[in-house]
Write a protein that binds this ligand. Structure first.
Ligand SMILES: C[S@@+](CC[C@H](N)C(=O)[O-])C[C@H]1O[C@@H](n2cnc3c(N)ncnc32)[C@H](O)[C@@H]1O
Length: 224
């Protein structure tokens, strides 16, 4: 697996750039996905892995008072932003954000009704370990959904986004673009991801590649 320069989390200096970009796709991306989630699960506890600024959890709980979402991320800066976004949306009681590593979840076995993740899979050093952790924390009969790369960047209005950046942020963006040229993000395809899932206890799963985005729907069909 690729190593070298690859960073697993979004580095702190780029966190606010990332938040600004994702804020522009709340309407076009997170709302639709949140709607699908609440259509699928009406009550219970959801875990969002690599939650970033927390826009997906916010949109989910705004649509269902019977759902709670725990969001974790390796980035302390993004977790602070997620907490602030929950406060601003007026739904902090249904949300909990904390710094955490998806490779080693601190949660008990079978403690969640759903696991979600948008845009994290390609950043992981050990995706199989993360999928195994998902299996462990899911209740029997429940599902984990992964989307990767999330259709976030393709939905951003680049003009609008650049116009929203300060001079310093434009400079940071140039640095980040340079870094991405040196170390372009991994891109998984269906067969590679299917092999990863086969190395976990998930037996009931679907992997679909749609509009450049991979969708993984994994169901836990047996208790541990
Ligand atoms: C591309 S961002 C996606 C963020 C958010 N889900 C979204 O849709 O905007 C991927 C996130 O995963 C986080 N991440 C990467 N590896 C992680 C790990 N092992 N555990 C927890 N978070 C991780 C990164 O810090 C980053 O915030």
């Amino acid at each position: 697996m690729k190593r070298g320069l690859t960073l697993e989390r979004i580095p702190d200096p780029f966190a606010s750039l990332y938040e600004k970009a994702t804020r522009l796709v709340i309407e076009s991306y997170y709302r639709g996905l949140a709607q699908e989630v609440v259509g699928f699960l009406q009550t219970g506890r959801i875990l969002d892995l690599g939650t970033g600024p927390g826009y997906l959890p916010v949109e989910i709980v705004k649509r269902s008072p019977a759902l709670t979402v725990v969001g974790i991320d390796l980035s302390r800066s993004l977790i602070k932003m997620a907490r602030r976004n929950a406060m601003n949306a007026g739904v902090p009681g249904q949300l909990h954000f904390e710094v955490g590593n998806a490779n080693r979840l601190r949660f008990s076995d079978e403690s969640f009704d759903m696991v979600l993740s948008t845009g994290m899979l390609h950043m992981l050093r050990d995706p199989v370990a993360v999928l195994r952790e998902c299996y462990r924390v899911l209740r029997c009969g429940r599902e984990a959904w992964f989307f990767d790369p999330a259709r976030v960047s393709s939905q951003i209005d680049k003009k609008k986004w650049r116009a929203s950046l300060s001079l310093l942020e434009r400079f940071m963006y140039l640095v980040f673009s340079f870094y991405l040229r040196l170390d372009p993000p991994k891109r998984y395809h269906e067969s590679r991801v299917t092999d990863m899932i086969r190395a976990t206890p998930f037996k009931d799963f679907r992997v679909v590649e749609k509009h450049g985005e991979l969708e993984l729907r994994l169901k836990k069909d047996r208790a541990i």
